[in-house]
Design a protein around this ligand. Structure first.
Ligand code: PGA
Length: 241
């Protein structure tokens, strides 16, 4: 897996965004998936600006959500839906039919998984996916030990993920489960950009690069596919040799 190191977060985000732009310029109706969370916020901003400047046109692009906290909706600040809409979809003025996103409020999570799997069967494979790396190495909500055979599924969240989750929310949430694309779908994407920023990710970035591919650290599995690259800023690359 090729590693690209950038001096700072803005340059990292610009480079990651360029991958998405290239993909959409080559295939206007591409299926794009970009993680929620803090890491891609600058990528969203760069993509919104690129559309504004006329460097890309998302009007035919399909967008797929990566994951969601079960029990949370767009009205909950810090939900994946709230973050992605607020920072990205609302600013691109997309049509509803361009977006497929997990409904965290579903009362039938298995049916919700089937709905999204059907969408992927119709529109997939994903042309370009941008993933963050969790502090425990998760990608999407594929936590340590996740199965390589999983498509969309419900997950009992790891203790690390539950502890980290408080940073997203303005009130106390007791999130215990998530709903996510599975490793099978993620690793079948035609292009995978794994990204990390900041000193706090330096340890897991080094493990991702140095540890043999293992389900214990899902981010290491990305190394097993040739279409994947790692994009990090200098701070996140701190522990790399
Ligand atoms: P973060 O989350 O971007 O907020 O650090 C990454 C992740 O958990 O995948």
């Amino acid at each position: 897996m090729k590693t690209h190191i950038f001096p700072d977060y803005p340059q990292l985000c610009q480079a990651v965004a360029q991958n998405v732009i290239n993909c959409v310029n080559a295939k206007p109706n591409a299926l794009i998936c970009i993680a929620g969370g803090d890491t891609p916020l600058g990528v969203f901003a760069a993509l919104v600006e690129a559309q504004k400047q006329g460097h890309v046109d998302f009007s035919h692009t399909q967008f797929l959500g990566l994951d969601e906290w079960l029990g949370l909706s767009k009205a909950d600040k810090g939900s994946c839906r709230e973050m992605v809409w607020h920072h990205f979809f609302d600013k691109l003025t997309l049509r509803d039919k361009q977006i497929c996103f997990f409904d965290g409020l579903t009362t039938h999570p298995q049916e919700e998984c089937q709905r999204v799997d059907r969408y992927i069967d119709q529109h997939g494979p994903i042309d370009c996916i941008v993933l963050g790396i969790g502090m425990n190495g998760h990608i999407g909500f594929n936590e340590p030990g996740a199965s390589l055979d999983n498509t969309c599924h419900v997950i009992d969240l790891d203790a690390v993920t539950q502890a980290v989750s408080v940073k997203y929310f303005d009130t106390q949430r007791n999130v215990q489960q998530g709903i996510s694309l599975g490793l099978k779908t993620i690793l079948a994407a035609k292009k995978i950009v794994l990204m990390a920023s900041g000193e706090k990710k330096a340890g897991i970035v080094a493990q991702t690069v140095n540890h043999p591919a293992s389900r214990d650290i899902p981010s290491t599995l990305v190394k097993t596919v040739t279409q994947a690259s790692l994009y990090v800023d200098k701070a996140a690359a701190n522990a790399l040799e």
